[in-house]
Design a protein around this ligand. Structure first.
Ligand SMILES: Nc1nc2c(ncn2[C@@H]2O[C@H](COP(=O)(O)OP(=O)(O)OP(=O)(O)O)[C@@H](O)[C@H]2O)c(=O)[nH]1
Ligand SMILES: [Zn+2]
Length: 212
C-alpha cells in the first residue's frame, strides 16, 4: 500500500450498511494483506469463514500496519520539533522506556526496556521525543543490535550532543515460544557514541544510573 495512506486508512467496500454489524462485516481495510492472512489461516488448517475468524484478516492487517508504522516516521522530524537551547552540561537519562518490536527472522515480538542517555551540547530535547524515537525504530522488522544503534545514531546526529548512550534489554518470543524455548533469558545490547565511547568514566556514570 502507498506509504502516505497506510497509517490512518480505513476503507469500506463502498456500501452504506444499515447497522454497525453489517458495516463491520463489510469493512475492507487492505485487500491484499487480508487475502494473504486468509490464505495463511487456510494453510494452517483453519476455516477463515467461521465466526471468530471472519474479521481476523482485517484485524491482522491493521495490527501489522501499526507494528510496522515506524517505516513512515522520521526520527529527525520528531527530534527537531522539540529541541530547545539550554545551558545544561550534565548527563540526561531517560530510562525504562518500554518498547515492542518484531524480529526480522521470525516476525515474532521482542520487547523490553530501553535506557537512553546523552550529554547535551547547548541543546536539550523534549523527553517524550526520546521515547518516540525508540518507537520509530522499534516499529519495524528488526534485530535488537541494529535497533539499539539506530536510536543512538539518530539522537547523536539530530541533537548534536557530545555523546549518546543506549542500552536495551529485551525478551525474544522467538526464543521463548519456539526454537530453543528459553523463557528466562534476556538480551542486553548497547550503543555508545561520542563521549560515552571515548571516556570510560562517562560510560560508568551512565551505567550506574541504570537498575535503580
Ligand atoms: N543477533 C540477533 N539475533 C536474533 C535476533 N532476533 C532473533 N535472532 C536470532 O536469529 C537467528 C536465526 O537463526 P536461524 O538458524 O536462521 O533460524 P532458526 O532455525 O529459526 O533458529 P532457532 O531460533 O535457533 O530455531 C536465531 O539464532 C535467533 O535467535 C536479534 O535481535 N539479534
Ligand atoms: Zn526471531
Amino acid at each position: 500500500m502507498a506509504a502516505e495512506g497506510r497509517l490512518a486508512r480505513i476503507a469500506t467496500d463502498g456500501h452504506y450498511a444499515d447497522s454497525f454489524e453489517a458495516d463491520a462485516e463489510n469493512e475492507v481495510y487492505d485487500e491484499a494483506k487480508e487475502r494473504l492472512v486468509r490464505q495463511m489461516l487456510q494453510e494452517i488448517g483453519e476455516d477463515p469463514e467461521r465466526e471468530g475468524l471472519r474479521r481476523t484478516p482485517l484485524r491482522v492487517a491493521k495490527a501489522m500496519d501499526f507494528l510496522t508504522s515506524g517505516y513512515e516516521l522520521s526520527a529527525e522530524e520528531i527530534i527537531k520539533k522539540a529541541v530547545f537551547d539550554e545551558d545544561v552540561k550534565e548527563m540526561v537519562i531517560v530510562r525504562d522506556i518500554e518498547f515492542y518490536s518484531m524480529c526480522e527472522h521470525h516476525m515474532l515480538p521482542f520487547f523490553g526496556h530501553a535506557h537512553v542517555g546523552y550529554l547535551p551540547n547547548g541543546k536539550v530535547v523534549g523527553l517524550s521525543k526520546v521515547a518516540r524515537v525508540v518507537d520509530v525504530f522499534a516499529r519495524r522488522l528488526q534485530v535488537q543490535e541494529r535497533l539499539t544503534n539506530q536510536v543512538a545514531d539518530a539522537l547523536m546526529e539530530h541533537l548534536g550532543a557530545h555523546g549518546v548512550a543506549v542500552v536495551m534489554e529485551a525478551s525474544h518470543t522467538c526464543m521463548m515460544m519456539r526454537g530453543v524455548q528459553k523463557q528466562s533469558s534476556t538480551t542486553v545490547s548497547s550503543a555508545m557514541r561520542g563521549t560515552f565511547e571515548d571516556d570510560p568514566r562517562t560510560r560508568s556514570e551512565f551505567m550506574s544510573f541504570l537498575h535503580k
